[in-house]
Design a protein. Structure first.
Length: 224
């Protein structure tokens, strides 16, 4: 799957163009977010400057400050963009909306849905590696506000997983929260090393373990 950053134009054509003002700002915002992710993947959040982002994106300083208040503001927007990319891809994989509500034709087996969505999750992390590093690693260098954003995102992901699997019991939703938190830790080491083989290798044992948890009734349903 082609990374989002590769589909964005590095520079807009000179002179008049057909983009509306809102569309132009959307494209500029997306380019700046992609540039922020790419530069941070190379230099880390602390060493990345606004000037680095401008050089990578081809956007002017004046335009940057029309769109963002600061480097942190750009980072937070890029974080949300990464979260949206991930959620959209996962839900499309199993035929669900952004809240995890399944379409009537979606697969009926909860474990099959989990396997498909977890495999898609690892694929998305590997495909969007700069955003993945931003999402999993550099967020901790960006300060308390970014870390709180990360915690809220993890909680939202756990809720999506529970909805996707049809888990309603409080104990089962807590199991989903533990799966999301543990998975984040496991994939972070592979991402830090840029080791895509190790990243994808997380999949089979996690899927097997979730199947075992389901059989044991750990999701608040009758086991079996």
């Amino acid at each position: 799957m082609k990374p989002v950053s590769e589909s964005l134009p590095r520079r807009l054509p000179r002179g008049r163009h057909a983009l509306s003002r809102d569309e132009l700002e959307r494209v500029q915002r997306a380019r700046l977010c992609a540039a922020m992710a790419e530069v941070m993947a190379e230099k880390g959040y602390v060493a990345t400057s606004v000037a680095d982002v401008l050089a990578r994106s081809g956007v002017s300083r004046q335009t940057f400050y029309q769109v963002f208040d600061s480097k942190l503001d750009c980072f937070m927007t890029a974080f949300d963009f990464a979260s949206d990319i991930l959620t959209r891809r996962l839900m499309e994989t199993v035929g669900a909306d952004e809240h995890g509500v399944l379409a009537p034709e979606a697969a009926s087996d909860p474990l099959e849905r989990f396997e498909r969505v977890f495999t898609a999750y690892l694929d998305a992390l590997a495909t969007e590696l700069p955003y993945t590093r931003l999402f999993l690693i550099e967020v901790y260098a960006a300060g308390p506000a970014a870390i709180r954003r990360r915690s809220r995102q993890q909680a939202a992901t756990a809720t999506l997983l529970a909805n996707l699997m049809g888990v309603t019991a409080e104990s089962g939703r807590f199991t989903c929260q533990m799966i999301v938190t543990a998975t984040s830790t496991m994939v972070t080491n592979a991402v830090a090393d840029n080791d895509l083989t190790a990243l994808r290798a997380v999949g089979p044992p996690v899927i097997d373990h979730v199947r075992a948890l389901w059989k044991a009734g750990a999701f608040g349903h009758e086991g079996g």
